[in-house]
Design a protein around this ligand. Structure first.
Ligand code: DQA
Length: 145
């Protein structure tokens, strides 16, 4: 099984950005953590990060053609603004789980809307890196082959 893990804008700044919210571990640490979680779940995974909405849409579309079985997505700020990412997820019809490092439900009003969620089976938030593991385990168990 192949899982595509997508990370949106500013997640490449983990370890630098708002440490009181996102912690001190770096984006490289997150990628290593996700790869290890995938290995433990017995799936292969590709991790892709972009600060650009179009690049994320392009990568989601590509998933339709490249044997991807499922998607884990932290759209970051695009969560709250991007109909394009929602439409791309709907277009490829792959099972998807939304992840947020922080508990967005306890944050500002503008973070309370998630467009991506409308195309996701499940949302995990407020669990830091462990949220990605929960998402991978969920998809591996439900759709693994
Ligand atoms: C985030 C939450 C978003 O509201 C924010 O814009 C991010 C990161 C999270 O992982 O907690 O960049 O998706």
């Amino acid at each position: 099984m192949k899982i595509l893990v997508l990370n949106g804008p500013n997640l490449n700044m983990l370890g630098i950005r708002e440490k009181q919210i996102y912690g001190t571990e770096t984006y490289g640490d997150l990628v290593n953590y996700v790869q290890q979680a995938a290995k433990e779940a017995g799936v292969t995974c590709e991790v892709f990060q972009s600060n650009s909405e179009g690049a994320l849409v392009d990568r989601i579309q590509q998933a339709y053609f490249d044997e991807t079985d499922a998607v884990v997505i932290n759209p970051a700020a695009y969560t709250h603004t991007s109909v394009a990412i929602l439409d791309a997820l709907k277009a490829v019809m792959l099972p998807a789980v939304e992840v947020h490092l922080s508990d967005v439900s306890q944050r500002e009003d503008f973070r309370q809307i998630s467009y991506a969620r409308l195309a996701c089976e499940k949302t995990v938030m407020g669990k830091g890196f462990a949220g990605y593991k929960e998402a991978i385990d969920y998809l591996a168990e439900k759709y693994g082959k």
